[in-house]
Design a protein around this ligand. Sequence first.
Ligand SMILES: Cc1ncc(COP(=O)(O)O)c(C=O)c1O
Length: 425
Amino acid sequence: MSDQERERLLAEMDALIARYVASRIANEATTDRVPLSSVAYDAREPQAALRTILSNWISQGPKVREFEAAFAAYVGTRHGVAVNSGSSANLLALASAIEMGDLAPGDEVIVPATTFATVASPVIQVGCVPVYADVDPLTYNLDAGACDAAVGPRTRWIMAVHTLGYPADIPAIARVAERRGLKILEDCCEAHGAAIGDRKVGSFGTLATHSFFVAHNMTTGEGGMVLTNDDRYAKVNRSLREFGRLDQAAIDEGRFYTDDKLVDYDKRYIFERIGYNVRMTDVTASFGVEQLRKLDAMNAKRIANAAFYTRELARFASYVRPAKVPAGLTHTYYTYPLTVVPGSGVKRGELVRHLERDGIETRPIFAGCLPDQPGFRNQPGRVAGDLPNARMLRDNAFFIGVHPALTERQLGRVIESFGRFFGSR
Ligand SMILES: Cc1ncc(COP(=O)(O)O)c(C=O)c1O
């Protein structure tokens, strides 16, 4: 069969997929439920993924490189190293800091107390100690003052998490880092496209990480990426993600390796360090390339949905505090957080149960206060101060869905449900 004929078959396949997806979407049962997330893709992603499968290259290859280049360019960094999850990205980033001599086992890494488990667990997994610092009660982000106060003699890094898409106060955190001689790892797993001024989060730190898990602003099903402007960090991360072997770019400079023990040895099997296998596949990356094209439009919808909630929920401000974003920041709303005002007489448990009964899905702000979680209580870690804000959020905060697939009717149902709950007060 000629190339031309195969191309024709691919075009037919694309058309069939487009018909199938259009029919699936048209027949999707309309729901009054308001889920936290929804699978947001059309025909383009399965068409791209299937083309990759048919191309006979399904492990890490050219599509991963294309996705890395496109995503790094979008964020504004020189390098992207794709991996199989955001958790792996954090693990790799920290392991690379050790390889680079910028972190050693027993050193400390400051993390926000209110965050997801695999912000702190990779710190422990590489033999270091997470230091839990308090967060700002309005932004849910690491508080720069608390971060400063948390620095100890062995502190080397700050993990600044852009919580739920709200950019962390990087200028203030960078001043702390500068004064204290620390490096910054930005965890952008919840913050694709978020920005401070016209600069995207992920472009400020020595390292940054993203997650492409299915519920996030853009997805590859499972996936993640380490971003950096530092060529040496990029090289080490590439090596760590695949067994610790020699950066395969070195093969372009000649296939064989020689030192005092190995002579003319194939560079594919030269292992420079102790590594992992956390690679992304080309099938996954093809999905990511298509999702990235849609990211800004999907984020615009999230931002509009959030503006609607903020406007409508303002009338219940004595009971629940909605998100507030100062000018100059682009918050991309992975979800929409709310905090029950302490002392207002409202209990989060009652409100959340009411919303869930109405089909509105809710969650607390991840771990609430991470060192209070059962798995973390007896692990290495230092709690900086009493964490009053993190513990207040642990007890009073929650989030609801704000994703682009929500209809006007669903958004309206959310406000009606809050109205019924507070109307009786
Ligand atoms: C802040 C943060 N970091 C890391 C992760 C881990 O990402 P993944 O689920 O892709 O492993 C998450 C998960 O959503 C997260 O919220």
